[in-house]
Design a protein around this ligand. Structure first.
Ligand code: ZN
Length: 72
């Protein structure tokens, strides 16, 4: 069994486990998060808070302090 590491490309699948993806909620408003392609990597965006949470190596970092404000 070999691990298949996805290359850095902006697809809708950042290589996250489906079950993990489903339980993800915005830590601020507890709302649903949307997959998005950030400037350099995948991220999870909360439209209500206008924040984007980074996904590092397939692991979402759901910390408000580390979230990127979404410009409008
Ligand atoms: Zn939110």
């Amino acid at each position: 069994m070999s691990e298949t590491q996805p290359t850095a490309q902006s697809t809708s699948s950042p290589g996250m486990e489906p079950w993990l993806r489903e339980i993800l909620r915005c830590p601020r408003c507890k709302g649903a998060l949307a997959d998005a392609a950030g400037p350099s990597a995948a991220e999870l965006q909360c439209a209500a808070c206008a924040l984007a949470y980074p996904v590092e190596a397939g692991v979402p970092v759901l910390l408000v302090d580390l979230a990127r404000p979404l410009g409008r």
